[in-house]
Design a protein. Sequence first.
Length: 165
Amino acid sequence: MRLLAAATASLVAVLMLTASASAAGFKRDQTPLNLGSGGSGTVHSSSGGAFARLGLGLVLVVALIFGIYWFMKRSGRSRAGGGKLRGGIDVVATAPLGPNRAVHLLRVGDELVLVGAAEGGVRPIKVYSGSEADALAEALDPSGPLRPAQPSRNLIDELRRRTAR
């Protein structure tokens, strides 16, 4: 223990001697600074340009965020429902059930297919054949056939009543 204390003290003494020896050789710089030809010796700086750049950058970033939001909202609306999908599949109606869960009524040819969509995938719930689909459409809207572009809230309610167990 005493040996460790003596070694530490000698190491500190050596470091102090080398620091003082190097400090003795240090010369202070006495060269005058050239502050320009203003004559007064004071330097004036303006940060207006930096604030303008900061403000312009902020406006551009906010505009970019709103532009991306608008584009995502617009592209999401075209896929949300009431549109024609590939292969002759029409989205007749959509009813959200919760976060990431919904029930969709699709017209595939002359059939109506009720499907449930969740995180796990898409599963068919009930398939209405052509005659059942026409009878369902007739019962809900006697004025004409079921149109995919006009989702009906009564249709979803009628499907819930017919498929509930």
